[in-house]
Write a protein that binds this ligand. Sequence first.
Ligand code: TXA
Ligand code: MG
Length: 335
Amino acid sequence: MKTTIKTITPESLAEAKNLIFGGEVVAMPTETVYGLGGNAFDDCAVQRIFAVKGRPADNPLIAHVHTGYDLSKIIDYDPPYAKKLREAFLPGPLTLVYPSTNKVSGYVSCGLDTLAVRVPSHTGAQAFLRAVDIPIVAPSANLSKHVSPTSAEHVYEDFNGKIPLILDGGVCEGGIESTVCDVTGEIPVVLRPGLITAEMIAAVVGDCGEYAPNLTVGEKVKSPGVLYKHYSPRCKTLLFENVTDGLTAIRKTNGERVAVLCEDEIAEVFANAGVTVLNLGKTEREMAARLYELLREAEKLCDVLITIEPKKKDGVMVGVLNRLRKACTSVDIKH
Ligand code: TXA
Ligand code: MG
């Protein structure tokens, strides 16, 4: 199959719409990362997404809709506090998990009685979603376990020959995936941290939990994605808490090509040590926006990537550190 990259025009949107209603998979931009989209009502299209991506069959997908889409078509219950969250943050990088059964293909939520719904703010994504006027399920458009894509070229790297069309909406501004927030209980609970933080959610509705699965008691996990190795570049990755440990690790390398990924504040120390420096930047938004681009660059130019945890740990950095730690995990938590 030939894969083409097209900018978003009325013609490319018409082509994308035809492909979607023909059961195909189309990559689309969003403000966070690119997604691999398919018709949420079409069992075959949803299964195709899992197959093309190599995604584990028990990791559910997010349904993406345009701003005018009638949510009652796809969810069973809409708690009053969810409305407040939508008004405060949508369209934008916040996915809400609602009670929902039998509204879209059963393959979307992998047997859970919930549906994750996202209204992206990216104008290209909105144009595409309006053109099709159905929910589009879209995981991040990377091969399973690989680094998420923040440009059309990244999608091409992973899916050339496997999907017909990539809608090119430029480089994603956000850089890390949406915050996933469960709204099925009395208070919202963040299942995956992102640019909309638990504090921001609590500021709107008074309270917000943060989910940490306790795998020892054998409970059923709320968000299966938290168990899998993710976001990993194809080079060896090591994560350190401070500069000293990073420098020691460099000294221990033996003729391998080494690069260091770190925040701007300490970049000079490593540049002076003679290694390639991948600079995450200064602010939390910069670090979120550059993370995946730099992880993809790392796998091209080094054998060993030494990562130093940025100092700031709260706010948006909860999401950045979550991705960084998973990228540097050498084993799958779930096999
Ligand atoms: O920013 C994003 O969310 C991107 C763009 C493309 O929109 N999408 C994305 O999708 O990151 P994906 O499939 O890579 O991650 C979806 C996450 C997974 O951790 C999954 O387990 C969780 O959302 N999820 C999906 N449906 C769920 C549900 N019904 N209940 C709990 N977690 C759910
Ligand atoms: Mg993903």
